[in-house]
Design a protein around this ligand. Structure first.
Ligand code: CA
Length: 223
């Protein structure tokens, strides 16, 4: 059981999301705009926020940014329009933990919420140090001993996704679905190639690769 805030301006969608989450034994409150969401978030503690990106006036992105800026640490699941990759990336940069593209199956939303609630609620800071590396998730930069290591945007996206979901293992197919644009049609080989390049750039010879490959399962990052 978790306390969840649903921020969605489409009335029908909001009530059906609420219904499914309540059926999954959560306590659910809902609002249809960003200002009301921020007001509730200022006084109540929620475990998770289902946040629509396209809201009238205050966007979901802005709500998320302001909430995080005030130290809000609930999980944020952003709902985005389909295949709008820029929006997804911007959402993650604004502090969302995960996103779901519309239209989605309600079963998928409930499953995603469950998975998110299983994760420790501690927020991943923007600056992460792993060994001799410093990874700046907000600026999308990686440094070794202060010198920048250049990753192409997709390499960084993949690395950042694995860091944000550290400890969880993802198959190449799952990574394609979560990190690549759904309108493009990359192959799972693309994921392998990217992992290989990232490893070459960030790993040191004297320690285990930061991106672990678990045969038969997929890839994961351990902080
Ligand atoms: Ca909307």
């Amino acid at each position: 059981m978790a306390k969840i805030l649903v921020v969605e301006d489409e009335e029908d969608l909001s009530s059906v999301i609420t219904e499914w989450l309540v059926r999954d034994h959560h306590v659910v409150e809902s609002v249809d705009n960003g200002a009301d969401a921020l007001e509730l978030l200022a006084v109540n503690k929620y475990d998770l926020i289902v946040l629509d990106l396209m809201l009238p006036e205050l966007s979901g992105m802005e709500v998320c940014r302001r909430y995080r800026a005030k130290g809000g640490d609930a999980h944020v699941l952003m709902l985005t329009a389909q295949s709008s990759l820029d929006a997804k990336e911007a959402g993650l940069n604004a502090g969302a933990d995960d996103y779901l593209s519309k239209p989605f199956e309600l079963r998928e939303l409930v499953a995603r919420v469950r998975a998110m609630l299983r994760r420790p609620s501690a927020r991943i800071p923007d600056l992460i140090s792993v060994g001799e590396l410093t990874i700046d998730l907000r600026q999308a930069k990686v440094f070794r001993h202060g010198a920048e290591i250049r990753l192409v945007p997709k390499e960084f996206d993949l690395l950042a996704f694995l860091i944000r979901h550290h400890g969880q293992c993802f198959s190449a197919e799952a990574l394609l679905e979560r990190v690549w644009c759904s309108s493009s049609t990359p192959l799972t080989e693309t994921v392998r190639t990217h992992v290989k390049t990232i490893r070459k750039k960030i790993d040191s010879a004297d320690r285990q690769s930061l991106i672990q490959h678990i045969p038969g399962y997929g890839y994961k990052f351990e902080l």
